[in-house]
Design a protein around this ligand. Structure first.
Ligand SMILES: Nc1ncnc2c1ncn2[C@@H]1O[C@H](COP(=O)(O)OP(=O)(O)OP(=O)(O)O)[C@@H](O)[C@H]1O
Length: 809
């Protein structure tokens, strides 16, 4: 059936036609097809999950036909039909599934044939439940174990006689060596250091046994059951029963033996003698299996697990093809293997929301399932088109480990588990499509295979060669040939003679064999005696050892009790610490919050500061502009004042020129706020205006101002303002200032308003028209004003000049 037909559901007629075409093709393809069986695919629908909507996307049309309905919201295709070997409903009991699927595989197993059964489906669809089940309603695996032991209970080979060589083969040991191994096993049970109990290891697990058994098993054989349990996790193989590697399981490699059978190199195979032992082994492995809780399944398998049951058969009484007794084939044993595989479920990330480790696991699971799918697809294609495409078994450990099954080493069966809920519609399409395709793959019918005993081992090499030891163990099963019953016809003498010859021959053979047997029995008796003696000695030793072991155990128990007490103390201390730790974590969290808040505040403050800075810069600029404008206005005002004063002076000059009596010439208010400016204005004004007045005054009789100066000169204090540092002129004439205070700068108002000072003198020096330096002293009265300030009234200019007497007038 091609893939398109699954999306466009064909009519029942078309479906039938397609199937017939396929089967006719396969029947005519070759005769070998009759030696092949298709992969048997069963479908199991799990019950709806609790709390999910009661509507489903699956409908069972018949015992082998299933319809997948498109959810109503889609207007595309309506119904897709799938056919399987059998469909189990949500109400099908585990026993029914076992009877249909696993029972035939067990019949094969106990007849030395191989079988592979795997469960396939999306996560949470009930694969593990189908294989393992629970204690009250066991799944396939516990039922298989029970059925095997129910069937072979009375025909088991003594423990350790058959031993796994951990390379897919078996060795046979002498009874001595087997006994030795058994004793060792018992000893190691006592001496084993108690390990910390793993989850689930403590309780003894048991499943209800319904007494099912395989009917026609060969009672002439001795049986041994071996169990191995491995998992494929992230495309690596791990041995779940390997205790030597401690907590971390070691990665194992896959090998192919000379018969092209795949096996896990060095895998631990445990011989079990009862169902209970087998469960315990399974349980021990199960605790190591990687499981995790996901959003779709609280106990989801994160690996593919393979539970192998191998049943080894040793012939006890061998007969030839005519049913006559014969010595059994000493070097051949019959080995049947049943692999129960719980595949991890395919997962869609958008449904599981897995991340990290779980996501990696999911992608590895999906990849390996894709490899399985593509291997089966290519196998089917090769078989249908007689093609020869290489099947990529090596792409994944999952396909590589089952290579021999797909290439015809046993029956292959698959249980596809589906979840009926509407949300699973999309995934169900994929799963059911693959499952239906798988049915088209044909696998060569399982055959009984005799496996050669790889090597026979014996610890007691001086006395026995390995081959001899097997012969001996095997010869114990030899019987004397039966004496043929002959009817003597006394009339036919020749016939009688030949019959008697035959009987004599057999009797002779019997006599020889009986001698051989007697000898053998003697030897064995002696051997047995020796063994009994050694056994007795061993018993004595063992009981002594047991005693010492018991005392050791007692001590160990004491130690363990003490350790337990310590553990409890440590645990309570640990709990305290955890409590404290939680408190500290809270404190750290609240501190972090505070720091975050502060950070926010600081950021806010920085923003505010920046804003204020910008504002200040703007304001500064504005102020500067205002001040500039003010300065410009004041300058204009001063210039106007200066002009007015110049005008006044010009008028004064006019008056002087018109020979008017001297009047108080000028008053200049010193700008105390800006004395330098004031002084500068004095300096710039004085030379022009006052030099004139001086010249005039020298020519006139001294006026009242001069008089007043003289009359007061005795107590006058002069403020001498040396704007420059005057060059000494070498003249004898010196200004008369008896009490003076010299300043180079007028810094503050008090420099002028000091009430002790009544006179002011500004000293200036500049070259005259002849190039001679002339010192000018601009003199003034300091008159206090009613506002607390002072008015400086210039009233005199003295000019000191040194002139050469030879100078032309
Ligand atoms: N047929 C069934 N009857 C009752 N309960 C079931 C059935 N099938 C599954 N369940 C329950 O559904 C849950 C999930 O099943 P299970 O673990 O077997 O799924 P799974 O397919 O193995 O999942 P995963 O692939 O994630 O390992 C379990 O609790 C199981 O008991």
């Amino acid at each position: 059936m091609n893939s398109a037909s699954r999306f466009n559901p064909p009519s029942a007629k078309k479906l039938r036609r397609e199937k017939t075409t396929l089967s006719s093709h396969s029947s005519e393809s070759d005769g070998e097809q009759s030696n092949k069986d298709p992969v048997h695919v069963y479908c199991r629908i799990r019950p709806l999950k609790e709390g999910s909507e009661p509507t489903t996307c699956l409908k069972i049309l018949s015992a082998d036909t299933l319809a997948l309905n498109t959810p109503d919201s889609r207007n595309t295709r309506k119904e897709i039909h799938y056919k399987f070997k059998h469909i189990f409903t949500a109400f099908s009991p585990q026993a029914e599934l076992f009877a249909h699927v696993a029972y035939p595989l067990l019949e094969d197993l106990l007849h030395g044939k191989n079988g592979l059964l795997f469960t396939y489906g999306v996560t949470g669809s009930g694969k593990t439940y189908t294989l393992t089940g629970d204690q009250n309603d066991p799944g396939i695996m516990p039922r298989c174990i029970d059925t095997i032991f129910n069937s072979i209970a009375d025909y088991q080979a003594p423990k350790c006689v058959i031993k796994s060589d951990r390379m897919n083969g078996f060795e046979i040991q002498t009874e001595d060596d087997a006994m030795h191994d058994r004793l060792q096993a018992v000893k190691s049970c006592f001496t084993k250091t108690p390990k910390t109990p793993r989850k689930g290891n403590g309780d003894k697990i048991s499943y209800s046994n319904d007494g099912t058994r395989i009917q026609c098993i060969n009672e002439n054989n001795l049986y041994s059951v071996f169990i191995s349990y491995v998992e494929i996790y992230n495309n690596s193989v791990f041995d779940l029963l390997d205790e030597s590697s401690g907590k971390t399981l070691q990665n194992k490699i896959l090998r192919e033996d000379c018969h092209k059978n795949m096996y896990v190199n060095g895998v631990v195979e445990i011989e079990v003698k009862s169902a209970q032992e087998a469960y315990e082994v399974f349980n021990a492995g199960q605790t190591r299996k990687r499981m995790a809780s996901t959003s779709l399944n609280s106990g989801s398998s994160r690996s593919h697990s393979i539970f192998n049951i191998r049943v080894v058969q040793l012939e006890r009484y061998a007969t030839n093809s005519h049913g006559q007794p014969m010595i059994p084939n000493e070097n051949m044993i019959k080995v049947g293997q049943l692999s129960l595989v719980d595949l991890a479920g395919s997962e869609r990330t958008n449904r599981t929301n897995n991340t990290g480790m779980r996501l990696k696991e999911a992608s590895s699971i999906n990849n390996s399932l894709m490899s399985l799918r593509s291997c089966l697809e290519i196998l089917r294609e090769n078989q249908m088109n007689k093609g020869n495409r290489l099947v990529p078994y090596r792409d994944s450990r999952l396909t590589f480990i089952f290579k021999h099954y797909f290439e015809g080493d046993g029956t292959v069966k698959m249980v596809v588990c589906v979840n009926p809920s509407l949300e699973d519609f999309e995934e169900n399409i994929q799963v059911l499509k693959f499952a239906e395709m798988t049915q088209d793959v044909k696998i060569a019918k399982a055959e009984v295979k005799y496996t050669p005993i790889k090597k026979t081992i014996s610890r007691n090499k001086e006395n026995q060669t390995p081959a001899k030891s097997v012969t001996k163990s095997a010869s114990s099963f030899t019987l004397l040939p039966d004496v043929p019953i002959v009817k003597l016809n006394l009339d036919a003498t020749d016939e009688c003679r030949s019959a008697i010859d035959k009987v004599i021959k057999v009797l002779k053979l019997r006599a020889a064999k009986s001698k051989h047997l007697d000898k053998d029995i003697d030897e064995r008796q002696q051997e047995l005696r020796k063994k009994l003696v050694t056994l007795n000695q061993q018993c004595v030793l063992t009981s002594a050892e047991m005693k010492s072991l018991k005392t050791m155990i007692h001590k160990e128990k004491q130690k363990s009790r003490n350790l337990h007490l310590k553990m409890t103390d440590i645990e309570s201390a640990n709990q305290d610490l955890q409590g404290k730790n939680e408190e500290l974590v809270d404190i750290v969290r609240s501190l972090k919050n505070t720091v975050n808040e502060k950070d926010l505040k600081i950021n806010h403050y920085i923003l505010e500061k920046d804003r204020t800075k910008q504002k200040l810069v703007l304001e500064n600029e504005k102020k500067n502009q205002e001040l500039d404008a003010k300065l410009r206005r004041q300058r204009a005002h001063l210039n106007a004042a200066m002009k007015a004063k110049d005008e006044k002076l010009r008028m004064v000059k006019g008056i002087i020129d018109a020979e008017m009596p001297p009047v108080e010439m000028n008053t200049i208010d010193l700008d105390l706020a800006d004395p330098v400016k004031s002084r500068d204005s004095q300096i710039t004004q004085t030379p022009q205006s006052f030099s004139q007045s001086h010249v005039y005054r020298r020519n006139l009789t001294p006026g009242p101002a001069t008089k007043s100066r003289r009359s007061r000169s005795a107590g006058e204090v002069w403020l001498e303002h040396n704007v420059i540092k005057p060059c000494p002129l070498g003249t004898v004439m010196q200004p008369s200032m008896k009490k003076r205070k010299s300043v180079s700068k007028l810094d503050k108002a008090s420099d002028i308003t000091n009430p002790k000072q009544s006179k002011y003198c500004l000293v200036a020096q500049e070259p005259d028209t002849d190039g001679e330096i002339e010192t000018k002293l601009y003199k003034a009265d300091i008159v206090p004003t009613c506002g607390g300030g002072a008015q400086v009234i210039f009233n005199d200019v003295e000019r000191l000049r040194q002139e050469s007497p030879t100078k032309s007038p």
